[in-house]
Design a protein around this ligand. Structure first.
Ligand SMILES: NC(=O)c1ccc[n+]([C@@H]2O[C@H](COP(=O)([O-])OP(=O)(O)OC[C@H]3O[C@@H](n4cnc5c(N)ncnc54)[C@H](OP(=O)(O)O)[C@@H]3O)[C@@H](O)[C@H]2O)c1
Length: 315
């Protein structure tokens, strides 16, 4: 254990970071040991990690000093932000800056930044195809991450920018699962027309990060895009029907209808799906399934993910 290189993991009790923690623990000959970062070392999730023998340290992405302490002595750091906790791109940018600067001050040798595209490179804020949100953004939770890449590039720390994909887990935990329409029939609703949506099992993101750290210098200075599959709404609905044995349809709605749904962040999500549909080729091409599988040989396809999670899918 003492000789192992430490990977400090932000969001260790969550989806992405949690996937990385488990990937390192399950990798028996791993050259790495995990340091899990949490705001509360006494939470049930933190205690469960402690029971698995994981080192737990307290830090908050709001507090750079706490991050420096949490990163000190580590070889690598996995950095992720938590947009849906606050819905603020400004906070997200500050958190990313804090992590990049803390990584530099702590002497981290490889940082992986879980990011997404700044959509304003494709659709400027003066473009009226979709509304501009929070003054200067098209897809706030994408744009803030993409804009923050600069902090990692400028940090002087060897970095890998990791463009992630839509979690299929959103169909279980984010309220996007099959729902009954006025006709009583189940459907998944996405404003994606007949376009392909790159997706991934959230646990696979952390497993990919483990593969990137294991590859040493190979992906330092690189931007990687990952996905477990690229499926249309219709194909995903067919997958739900096949796995659950209950007919699930694909309900394609216009993005403006989606933006009007009454859940927090519906406007951001509506713009996000519109961006993915309008720039299908660029967005899909930026995500390489073969490379994702090379970095994580256990990568789940959508069908694998459905099979693994069928008990949790409400139909
Ligand atoms: N949903 C999707 O389809 C999707 C796709 C791509 C990217 N993303 C992005 O993924 C990000 C979220 O990652 P995730 O899904 O892994 O998160 P998550 O599962 O919601 O986990 C968040 C964890 O991070 C910790 N955390 C929250 N606020 C923190 C803070 N201020 N300082 C330190 N730790 C904090 C919490 O742990 P403690 O309570 O233990 O501190 C929590 O367990 C978002 O920015 C989102 O935009 C989402």
């Amino acid at each position: 254990m003492e000789n192992k290189k430490i990977i400090a993991v932000v969001g260790a009790t969550g989806a992405q970071g949690g996937g990385l923690v488990q990937a390192i623990l399950n990798d028996k000959d791993s050259e790495f040991a995990v340091r899990a970062i949490t705001r509360n070392t006494n939470s049930d999730k933190a205690k469960a990690l402690k029971e698995q023998g994981v080192e737990i340290v307290e830090a908050d992405v709001d507090d750079k000093k706490s991050l420096i302490k949490a990163f000190e002595g580590a070889y690598g750091a996995f950095c992720v932000t938590f947009f849906w906790e606050h819905f603020s791109p400004e906070k997200e940018k500050q958190h990313a800056k804090n992590m990049a600067e803390a990584a530099a001050e702590a002497g981290i040798q490889h940082v992986i930044w879980s990011t997404l595209e700044d959509t304003r490179k494709w659709i400027s804020i003066n473009d009226n195809r979709m509304p501009t949100l929070q003054g200067i953004y098209k897809v706030p939770h994408f744009d803030a991450k993409g804009e923050s890449n600069i902090h990692f590039k400028n940090s002087g720390v060897p970095y890998t920018l990791l463009n992630t994909s839509f979690y299929w887990d959103n169909f279980i935990y984010f309220g996007l699962g099959p729902q009954k329409g006025p006709d009583g029939k189940l459907a998944i609703t996405l404003p994606m027309q007949d376009k392909k949506l790159p997706g991934i099992a959230s646990e696979d993101i952390g497993k990919v990060a483990n593969g990137i750290f294991k590859a040493g210098d190979k992906y330092k200075g690189k931007t990687l895009g990952i996905a477990g599959g690229k499926l249309t709404g219709k194909q995903m609905a067919e997958g739900f029907s096949k796995t659950t044995g209950v007919e699930v349809a694909y309900n394609d709605v216009p993005p403006e209808v989606y933006r009007g749904f009454e859940f927090p962040g519906a406007d951001d999500m509506g713009n996000m799906f519109q961006f993915k549909a309008d720039f299908e080729k660029e967005y899909c091409d930026a995500r390489d399934i073969d490379l994702t599988r090379k970095l994580n040989p256990e990568l789940l396809s959508f069908d694998d993910w459905l099979e693994k999670n069928k008990e949790k899918i409400k139909v």
